[in-house]
Design a protein around this ligand. Structure first.
Ligand SMILES: [Zn+2]
Length: 127
């Protein structure tokens, strides 16, 4: 039981669904959902409603803390590289790499190793 985690939605316990009703009569209460894993918000929320409850409550603090976008960003050749993957049927007979970088401005493609593809710190983009 100890590896169960709680939904981080601040109002999760206020949604009166059957699965949230816990305890024995006459002390039954609606409680925050608890599961071994959640699907939403990086595995922290039981559903989209709880995720957005959290976002609505904390978004201003988060933006103030991590920094707001204060000027427009620009997609240029130097930062337009995105990692892509080809399924087997796309590669068959074409001798194309399974993993590759694709430049969204120039359409250039460059092969990637699996390790480079999986490495979240590996990039061709200028930072
Ligand atoms: Zn929840």
């Amino acid at each position: 039981m100890s590896d169960l985690k709680f939904c981080q939605g601040p109002d999760c316990h206020t949604y009166s669904t059957k699965d949230r009703l816990k305890g024995t009569k006459p002390n039954k209460t609606y409680q925050t959902r608890r599961r071994s894993s959640f699907y939403y918000g990086n595995g922290n929320f039981c559903d989209q409603r709880c995720l957005y409850d959290w976002v609505n409550k904390y978004i201003e603090q988060g933006l103030d803390h991590f920094g707001r976008t204060t000027k427009s960003k620009h997609l240029r050749e130097e930062n337009a590289w995105i990692k892509r993957y080809r399924w087997t049927y796309e590669r068959e007979g074409n001798n194309l790499p399974e993993h590759y970088y694709f430049n969204g401005i120039t359409n250039e493609q460059r092969p990637l190793t699996k390790a480079q593809f999986d490495d979240n710190n590996y990039t061709l983009n200028e930072r």
